[in-house]
Ligand binder design. Structure first.
Ligand code: CKP
Ligand code: MG
Length: 312
């Protein structure tokens, strides 16, 4: 049985080799993207057992993703290839260090064809945690149904659900996103919104008010505040945990997923919540210092070293 199971769309990521508008770029580095696979890689590097699956195109990029996940020590036994549709693509444009823009080529991708039938209930119900992001339900109707089917399996078998809203307004309409993401939040045990996502979901605009709303019914909310750190709340406690100083933000994409990986790892280790959040902050800070969505995800030794050398 797995410490964590997660699923969703991973893509071949093409990062502009230079800092200039994408329409003028003709050289790219191929990397990998996907919030759920980022979290899977992060949690695996921190020493836990992780199962991740998707539906990949039966094409070179699908094989690249599959082998990368396998190489990270993630269980890919439930991952499938489809002959019906290709692996999705994703391009990153660098206008300048602080302005990284993204472009999706993922409509009608293989992953968007995930359906509830693809879930292995026996496999999922034995996990300790299920990680879900708000990207998957935005991909298609069948993906949305798959998310709700997975939630049902988890909640009827005592698997704790960790939910990252990951609001992507490039993928769906605002009102629909609000309705579906609120619905998923209501069925989750641990919610990891950014402050903007917290405002979007609750209509509140202070961290305390957002956290109070989202932590109702025994939930734990851990809200990301960027370089300021995070604010957490559950029925028993709340508090702010300051972030770590970052030398240089090389690439902000993937920081949230690094944070999620840190939270899940800390919860698996049964650490006190303030410590869990502090480690997650450290991991987020380490990820933004490295180019790529998942390349900067650390192993435990590196987290310890970073935390002992930095002041927060
Ligand atoms: O919120 P984050 O910056 O951590 O999320 C990044 C990921 O899955 C990235 O890998 C990208 O492919 C995506 O979010 C997405 O679909 O937007
Ligand atoms: Mg995010």
């Amino acid at each position: 049985s797995m410490d964590l199971v997660t699923f969703g769309e991973s893509m071949a990521l093409f990062t502009s080799a230079r800092t200039l508008p994408l329409q003028y770029e003709n050289q790219y580095f191929r990397q990998m993207a996907g919030a759920e696979s980022n979290v899977a890689i992060g949690v695996s590097r921190l020493g836990h057992s992780v199962g991740w699956f998707s539906k990949l195109g039966n094409d070179p990029f699908g094989e690249f993703i599959y082998k990368t996940m396998q190489g990270e020590g993630v269980d890919v036994s439930r991952c499938q290839y489809s002959n019906e549709a290709p692996t999705g693509l994703f391009f990153k444009e660098k206008r300048n260090a602080g302005d990284v823009r993204i472009y999706y080529y993922r409509q009608h991708s293989a992953a968007s064809m995930l359906q509830p039938y693809d879930l292995d209930e026996d496999y999922m119900k034995r996990a300790r945690y299920l990680h879900i992001t708000g990207i998957t339900p935005a991909l298609s109707k069948s993906c949305r149904e798959t998310v709700f089917a997975a939630i049902e399996i988890a909640s009827s078998n005592g698997v704790k659900i960790v939910f990252d809203p990951n609001l992507r307004l490039k993928l769906w309409a605002e009102d629909e996103a609000k309705r579906v993401l609120s619905d998923i939040a209501g069925k989750s045990d641990i919610i990891l919104p950014g402050i903007d996502e917290g405002m979007f979901l609750t209509g509140e605009n202070t961290r305390e008010a957002i956290a109070a709303r989202l932590s109702k019914d025994g939930k734990t909310v851990i809200m990301k505040l960027g370089k300021e750190g995070a604010f957490y709340q559950n029925a028993n406690e709340n508090g702010a945990v300051s972030g770590f100083a970052v030398q240089e933000v090389v690439d902000p994409v993937g920081a949230g997923d690094g944070f999620s990986a840190g939270i899940i790892s800390g919860l698996l280790r049964d650490e006190p919540l303030s410590m869990v959040v502090k480690r997650a902050n450290a991991i987020g800070a380490l990820v933004v210092g490295v180019n790529g969505d998942s390349e900067g995800l650390p192993k435990n030794e590196e987290v310890e070293r970073f935390m002992s050398r930095s002041s927060s």
